[in-house]
Design a protein around this ligand. Sequence first.
Ligand code: HEC
Ligand code: HEC
Length: 323
Amino acid sequence: MKKVLLGLALMAPALFVALAAEGPAIPLGLLPVRFPKDNPYTAEKAELGKLLYFDKRLSADGTVSCASCHSPKFAYTDGKAVSDGIKGQRGGRSAPTVINRAYSLAQFWDGRAKALEEQSIGPMANPIEMGNTHDAVVKTLKGVNGYKKLFAKVFGTEAFDINHVAMAIATFERTVLSGNSPYDRYKAGDKKQLSASAVRGMDVYFNKAKCDQCHEGINFTTNAYHNLGVGTDKPNPDDGRFAVTKNAADWGAFKTPTLRDIARTAPYMHDGSLKTLEEVVDYYDKGGLPNKNLDERMKKLNLTAQDKKDLVEFLKSLNGEGW
Ligand code: HEC
Ligand code: HEC
């Protein structure tokens, strides 16, 4: 345990806090969740955050909640290439899952938000997502007696502001976890959990295709940014990470997403341009899409038809539970 604590401390000195004695149940295959010192876990806070997360009154016209685009029905995504925001408006990016966000140090496809506290109130004031203002959100919530009581219970004050809203939603987000998948149970020793095809697919994943160069660890991501070429053949391609760092090497690079529950979160990639896991595997097999900044790890894989089928079977074994 000490070693794990030390490891985490070295990874994220600024964010590191002692693991709360109390916290959400952690499914098999995951690590305990770290809660920031200035926003520790309480069950009541997570519960309040959950109410807010599903509440459409957070949007300007009462039509959109966080769950409109990140719904448990689709493993906390929306099943669409790009989301419908308020008044049917659309952005250029696909809604990522909210699952296992607690294990990531940066949020959004380009990593522009660090803490979940910062991320969680952004959508409310985004003109094409929830179209509201933070002042209006707080005013609406203060007009709801039930919320006044809950905020008072959780934070000890009825004079709450947008930061308290952010803390509650972020706490809820840190409890949306996915683990205990057939793969986790297989790794823990129950060899019956994976079919022969999924076991062969695991070998393709780790050895032949080396997907774990980027998708590795408990959450199947290094959290690093890479250019796979997705969307670079479209007019006005998305700058990706470049917009944040202004570093030419980051052009067209996006945050490596988790692969947990991946069979439930189609369509895929930052622009939702690949419809199925089979299409994703074909995309990698041909080595991505050549462009001025293609990641050097993207190479033709020469997978057989059987390899591809097996790899998809393996990916399906990452469907978990906990959320
Ligand atoms: C209109 C659809 C929409 C609504 C409403 C919405 N989101 Fe999102 N969300 C998105 C899209 C699209 C992205 C990706 C944006 C990007 O990367 O630039 C995103 C990104 C995120 C991320 C980052 C995930 C990651 O892997 O980096 C989190 C967490 C998140 N949203 C939580 C929320 C919360 C909490 C709310 C409510 C306060 C909310 N969202 C409301 C569409 C939406
Ligand atoms: C060079 C790093 C890298 C390698 C190697 C890699 N991936 Fe990815 N993967 C990414 C990045 C980055 C994205 C997001 C790219 C984008 O949207 O532009 C992604 C996206 C995905 C997605 C879509 C996720 C979603 O939520 O939309 C799947 C599925 C996937 N990868 C599976 C695989 C498989 C299977 C392999 C091995 C054949 C693999 N990846 C190899 C970095 C990598």
